[in-house]
Design a binder for this molecule. Structure first.
Ligand code: MN
Length: 489
């Protein structure tokens, strides 16, 4: 991807040696030297195209936790930036999945880490990937917890960051441990389709090449992918486990040079094969919120088959596989290593505010902070000035407060209980009769701060008053109050 400089190589070698020395004598559950885990983690990071700083931190990520090395030692050897990454990863290591109650707490920690430096999460994902790849060596009683944590927390994070390459492995590897019966069922179902699919694909690939050649298009790359087992399982669950209703078990992928080639090829394909209505998705004109861009169409192949075709440029393909990492690596090399922890924030706009499936886990839209959604909206009128202000101020201007169940609600600084109530639900806001903050009764104009736990009491007879408008900060609350007052006139 990029050629590392002499300094980059020296830094990575130094970190590798340091990790090896510190973990000397430590073994993994598999009986291998611990260093193999450090190497695998660093390699995963490098494969995402991350820079030398992040790769070096990968070699050091377990040093503080598992060896005699202290943060001070690491700072002395490698500097402030690397010790920041290593310490942040160490803190994240404390996250455990303990059912839904603590799940939000875990997500909150992850989002907090992300808000500081997204590279922390990338290291953590790469660490987890190797741990799940070697889960068979872990004592049986720990396997389920680690696999569940991976499926419920880490895979969705990889998805939100758009790192398909890691997401898919995390999902499919942990799926086998978390839902062993379903795993076997899906595997078996897929096998019944295998041969049929493979033959169709090969035949169809040839026909497409021929059609494109007729139109003078020869400069493209074509291949196919089979849907991940877990992703197939989620789709099956919502389709009554009927595999014949799923048209994208395998898909043909055409990768071209330019956007206009994408549309040209779509035209040629639709000119030769009949597309299924309502299955044409133009994620180039309207990208998914995690940044995914591609054109999808599903067509009748003419011999009784149905095939999904995905058309995208090389750049889009790279982004689809590496997500946020593809932007970070570019930044790391272009501007030198990031100094300020918030520099990567603009890329958070790529994060998906909505999980596509709710079949299994508890991961849903409500778990995604509002600011991510807001960023996605704002992105439409991005001037440089706006981007800068987002980078510098956004997190300083947000507070994170909790519902009694532990859900995180984030609001602009200066928000009151009124804002909180409307952020939860219009009905809660408009029927609010009182509130407790951290267990104590307060007046509803009380200004909240990060970590407050807020409980709203409602009464059917309660109504918003005009006065509330003076004590709320969010447009949402103001609009709702005004709506209420208008309809009462
Ligand atoms: Mn580790």
């Amino acid at each position: 991807m990029h050629d590392p400089s002499k300094e980059d190589i020296a830094l990575i070698e130094k970190a590798s040696d340091y990790g090896k020395k510190m973990h000397d004598g430590n073994l993994r559950n598999s009986g291998e030297p611990y260093y193999n885990h450090l190497f695998a983690t660093a390699k995963n990071i490098a494969e995402l195209g991350m820079g030398a700083t992040t790769i070096a931190a990968g070699f050091l990520h377990d040093s503080i936790e598992d060896t005699r090395a202290t943060a001070t030692d690491i700072e002395k050897e490698f500097g402030k930036e690397i010790v920041f990454l290593v310490e942040s990863v160490t803190k994240l290591g404390k996250i455990r999945y303990h059912g839904t109650a603590r799940y939000n707490e875990s997500l909150r920690k992850l989002f907090m880490a992300m808000s500081q430096d997204i590279r922390v999460l990338i290291i953590k994902l790469c660490d987890r990937l190797h741990n799940i790849q070697t889960l068979q060596y872990v004592p049986k009683e720990k396997q389920l917890r680690i696999a569940t944590e991976t499926l419920e927390i880490y895979a969705p994070i990889a998805y939100r960051l758009g790192i398909k390459k890691i997401q898919r492995q995390l999902e499919d590897l942990s799926f086998a441990y978390v839902y062993p019966e379903d795993f076997k069922k899906v595997q078996k179902l897929l096998k019944t389709k295998d041969v049929e699919q493979e033959e169709h694909l090969e035949k169809f690939e040839k026909s497409i090449k021929k059609e494109l050649a007729k139109e003078g298009i020869t400069d493209f790359h074509i291949d196919h992918r089979v849907k991940g087992l877990y992703s197939l399982y989620k789709k099956l669950s919502s389709m009554g486990m009927d595999i014949d209703k799923i048209y994208d078990i395998s898909a043909l992928r055409i990768i071209v040079k330019t956007v206009s080639d994408c549309y040209k090829i779509l035209g040629i394909i639709h000119g030769s094969w009949r597309p299924l209505p309502d299955r044409i998705k133009d994620y180039i004109a309207t990208p998914k919120l995690n940044g995914y861009r591609s054109i999808h169409t599903t067509i009748f192949t003419g011999d009784g088959g149905i095939i999904e075709v995905q058309i995208r440029t090389e750049e889009m393909h790279k982004e689809a596989e590496f997500g946020i990492a593809s932007h970070l690596s570019y930044k790391e090399y272009k501007k030198g290593v990031d100094k300020s922890p918030n520099q990567n924030l603009t890329w958070i706009t790529k994060i998906l505010p909505k999980s596509e499936h709710k079949a299994v886990g508890s991961v849903g839209a409500r778990d995604i902070p509002h600011w991510v959604k807001e960023l996605v909206d704002y992105q439409k009128d991005t001037g440089d000035e706006f981007v800068d202000s987002v980078k510098n101020d956004f997190f300083k201007e947000r507070i994170f407060v909790f519902t009694p169940k532990g859900d995180v609600i984030d609001l602009p600084v200066g928000s009151s209980v009124i804002d909180f109530a409307f952020a939860i639900h219009t009905d809660i806001g408009s029927q609010m009769s009182g509130a407790k903050v951290n267990g104590k009764f307060v007046s509803i104009d009380t200004v909240l701060k990060t970590n407050d736990m807020v409980e709203v009491e409602t009464k059917k007879s309660a109504k918003p008053s005009r006065k509330w408008l003076e004590h709320c900060k969010t447009t949402m609350a103001k609009r709702r109050i005004n709506n209420f007052l208008d309809t009462k006139k």
